[in-house]
Design a protein around this ligand. Structure first.
Ligand code: SF4
Length: 144
């Protein structure tokens, strides 16, 4: 049995409202990055956590603290979700830091099967972020 944890991007989950539904579907169906496990090996999803937000000057330190939510529970592998894979400029730095801190845990970049290219994914996410959105500012200025 492989005990799996998933790390997601806060931009996708907290800001844009992704419930990790595609990652979980392909884990169940053993597609995408989950197709690489031997067929006879059962996959056990132990936990999912979003990253602590873009790290500013602290680098991976914030993540190393937060990832305990997975690493304290006998995890064999941590998958970086496809949103981390496509969006995160720190993913290689994170992978290196996790490899060093948790040498027995396999770090995999990717989860579900990719239906669009990473570039198209980035463009579509950018569009979501850039769409006009009313905020408290509009209420304060009486423009809501
Ligand atoms: S881009 Fe990277 S550091 Fe920023 S929120 Fe997403 S996963 Fe976290």
């Amino acid at each position: 049995m492989a005990r799996i944890g998933i790390l997601t991007c806060s931009n996708a989950t907290q800001d844009l409202g992704c419930s990790s539904v595609s990652c979980l579907a392909d884990l169940r169906k053993r597609k995408g990055a989950f197709a690489d496990y031997p067929a006879e090996q059962k996959l056990d999803l132990v936990g999912i956590i979003n990253c602590p937000g873009c790290p500013t000057l602290t680098g991976p330190d914030k993540l190393l603290q937060r990832i305990r939510a997975l690493t304290e529970f006998r995890i064999d592998a941590i998958h970086f979700s496809n949103c981390v894979k496509a969006l995160c400029p720190f993913k290689e730095q994170y992978k290196k830091a996790l490899n060093e801190a948790f040498p027995t845990i396999t770090i995999v970049i990717g989860t579900h099967q990719e239906h669009i290219s990473p570039e198209e994914f980035r463009q579509r996410v950018k569009k979501l972020f850039c769409q006009p959105k009313k905020t408290m500012v509009d209420m304060i200025l009486d423009k809501d």
